[in-house]
Design a binder for this molecule. Sequence first.
Ligand SMILES: [Zn+2]
Length: 155
Amino acid sequence: MTQSDFLARSIELAAASAASGGGPFGAVIVKDGQVLAEASNQVTSSCDPTAHAEVAAIRLACERLGDHQLTGCTLYSSCEPCPMCLGAIYWARLDAVYFAATREQAAAAGFDDSLIYREVAQPLSQRQIPFHHLELTESNRPFHEWSLNVDKLAY
Ligand SMILES: [Zn+2]
């Protein structure tokens, strides 16, 4: 299968989801030329605002590999990933991303993530959802515990 075939599969998943009342997004993760995981948007069906197709596919792929990283894998998404999925893609360390529809096309369909892209660059005090930094004496304790744990699996 070619890159276009995998991308076409993500569009099939997205269209099927949309036709059945789910969000119009699909994603496929490929490793060594084989489909490792595929998913469609599950936000409304699972009452989970983070269940975007890309995140759902990443979770499934990691579960199948028994690994918390997807190095060596490529993500195919029916649409340009949103900022949340962008973060998940970097945390998962995927090799590459291919997408079909653009964020502008998503916005025209009512899925506008430009606000989130703008918010990332805003100072905390100017975000629409206020982020409050309260410095406690214990603030750094989890990192200290992390540094002391010789059994940890670094990631
Ligand atoms: Zn997303």
